[in-house]
Design a protein around this ligand. Structure first.
Ligand SMILES: C=C(N)C(=O)O
Length: 126
């Protein structure tokens, strides 16, 4: 099965040797999105809620490039720097996903790339 690399300028360029997303069959694997503003490649200003919103806007842009939206997402992983911010992250996350609540794992990690507070990856079914 040949896979297809998905790229959009509406989400941050990869900051390492990976693709923004890869489509394989009827599945779309979106790489972990950090809260970079695509135009500047700088971390969005603001608190963990602003960072969560920016990470999810980046996910949204990549889904859109593949013709999808959050309703197609079946699994996500949320990597966070500080579990004390769990509730704030959930508040923003719930706004983006609405009625669709994919399977999810949420883990606190020692460190994230560029020392961001949150990184979010998703898997969608086309
Ligand atoms: C930010 C990433 N997704 C990475 O470094 O893999």
């Amino acid at each position: 099965m040949k896979h297809q690399v998905i790229h959009t300028d509406n989400a941050p360029k990869a900051i390492g040797p990976y693709s923004q997303a890869v489509k394989a069959g009827n599945m779309l694997f979106v790489s972990g999105q950090v809260p970079f503003v695509p135009e500047t490649m700088e971390i969005v200003e603001g608190d963990v809620k602003a960072q969560t919103a920016q990470s999810l806007k980046n996910v949204q842009a990549i889904l859109a490039e593949a013709g999808l939206d959050f309703s197609h997402v079946v699994k996500s992983t949320v990597f966070i720097k500080d579990m004390n911010e769990f509730a704030q992250i959930n508040e923003v996350y719930a706004e983006f996903f609405g009625e669709n609540k994919p399977a999810r794992a949420c883990v606190e990690v020692a460190r994230l790339p560029k020392d961001v507070k949150v990184e979010i990856e998703v898997i969608a079914v086309i």
